[in-house]
Ligand binder design. Structure first.
Ligand SMILES: NC(=O)c1ccc[n+]([C@@H]2O[C@H](COP(=O)([O-])OP(=O)(O)OC[C@H]3O[C@@H](n4cnc5c(N)ncnc54)[C@H](OP(=O)(O)O)[C@@H]3O)[C@@H](O)[C@H]2O)c1
Length: 242
């Protein structure tokens, strides 16, 4: 029987590449995103259903669940995120709460809304996203690191709570060339300097990360749960100089 994957953040670099990876594995797709025009175009290309909405709003998740009806969901990918880099003295409550709502609470709300559909699957998988900036401290990352640290905790808690029928894993990328990172990667001198901080001295491409997301979402990773996996050119663990 055809399996179904739901991808939030599907118009993003990693979300779209993961959608293509799962489509190639034969999954039927339901795509969620905030830009209705781009979402409809992508859904048309991939033969997918879609639901437009803002992932900061609880109603968006209910809308996705309604659109799915009584279908079972075999894979849920929450590839939504923000990058909001400021020194801690310039962050206000709205920054912290906004990043938390989008990155962490949104992931929890997506799981809650789709839990009945995930439970209808014989073996379902949830893939969430953290960042290298949780395992490795970076200045100006307080807000995003707090929010993504919560995603890592959520991954382990849900991995335990939903086992064995639903697996839950998380991917922690380093700087990857997508729209979100454009402020950093758009400056080639800065991009080169950051690339050289990696043991594998380049920045990530969406496909580097989507390859793991597709694997974790699929049954091929059927004995992996509760893990936070780095796709980071060695940035969180390796030091080649000094
Ligand atoms: N790229 C990196 O360097 C990097 C590093 C560490 C972690 N990550 C994580 O990787 C995941 C995928 O990000 P990406 O690199 O693919 O970035 P991206 O291309 O900018 O994608 C981010 C996605 O989030 C969506 N989004 C943002 N705010 C939203 C909102 N309020 N409501 C609904 N959707 C919203 C974006 O929608 P639009 O398409 O409409 O903008 C986009 O689809 C994220 O969780 C991110 O935090 C990325």
């Amino acid at each position: 029987m055809t399996k179904t994957a739901v991808i939030f953040g599907s118009t993003g670099g990693i979300g779209a590449a993961t959608a293509r990876g799962l489509k190639a594995k034969g999954y039927a797709l339901h795509l969620a995103g905030r830009d209705a025009g781009r979402l409809e175009a992508l859904a048309g290309e991939l033969g997918a259903g879609f639901t437009a909405g803002d992932a900061r709003e609880p109603a968006h998740f209910a809308d996705v669940a309604v659109a799915l009806g009584e279908r079972s969901v075999d894979a849920l990918v929450y590839a939504v995120g923000s990058i909001n880099l400021k020194p801690v003295n310039r962050l206000n409550d709205a920054d912290f709460l906004g990043d938390f709502t989008l990155n962490a609470l949104g992931a929890a709300r997506a799981v809650q809304a789709l839990l009945p559909a995930l439970k209808r699957s014989e073996a379902a998988s949830i893939v969430l996203f953290s960042t290298v900036a949780v395992a490795q401290g970076f200045s100006a990352h307080a807000s995003v690191s707090m929010a993504k640290g919560a995603v890592e905790g959520l991954t382990r808690a849900l991995g335990a709570e939903l086992a064995p029928r639903i697996r839950v894993n998380c991917i922690a990328p380093s700087l990857t060339r997508t729209k979100m990172a454009a402020a950093l990667t758009g400056n080639e001198a800065m991009a080169k300097a950051i690339a050289e901080l990696h043991a594998i001295p380049r920045l990530g491409q969406a496909e580097d990360v989507a390859g793991l997301a597709t694997f974790l979402a699929s049954a091929e990773s059927g004995w992996i749960s509760g893990q936070v996996m780095a796709v980071d050119g060695g940035r969180s663990r390796l030091r080649t100089k000094g």
